[in-house]
Ligand binder design. Structure first.
Ligand SMILES: [Zn+2]
Length: 107
């Protein structure tokens, strides 16, 4: 089926983007752009795990340590704050589930 193929292709493009994130961030952006276009054209929704890696605003690849900054905030409920280093867009994700909290409750 076309949609299955598209899904595989999207997975592949994102794994390429991750692989090239450090050495060729420009390529990562190209892969992500292709994946987004494909998902639009085929109406395949981007899997949640990949949505974390795309900036909502500039649609470029968000990768912690290169194109994104990730901070953990402990205020109220613990959440991660992801900042796109290229357009400044900020996303917040609640961190749920048990597990040890990572100390360091500054701010
Ligand atoms: Zn951005």
């Amino acid at each position: 089926m076309l949609q299955d193929l598209a899904r595989q292709r999207i997975d592949h493009l994102f794994s390429l983007a991750i692989r090239t994130a450090h050495s060729r961030p420009d390529l990562s952006d190209r892969y992500v752009a292709m994946a987004l276009k494909l998902s639009e054209r085929t109406r395949v929704r981007l899997p949640r795990r990949w949505r974390y890696f795309v900036c909502r605003s500039c649609k470029r690849f968000l990768y912690p340590g290169t194109t994104a900054r990730v901070r953990i905030q402990q205020r109220r409920s613990p959440h991660a704050v992801v900042t796109c280093l290229r357009c400044g867009e900020i996303k917040r994700y609640l961190l749920k589930g048990g597990g040890k909290s990572e100390g360091e409750g500054k701010q």
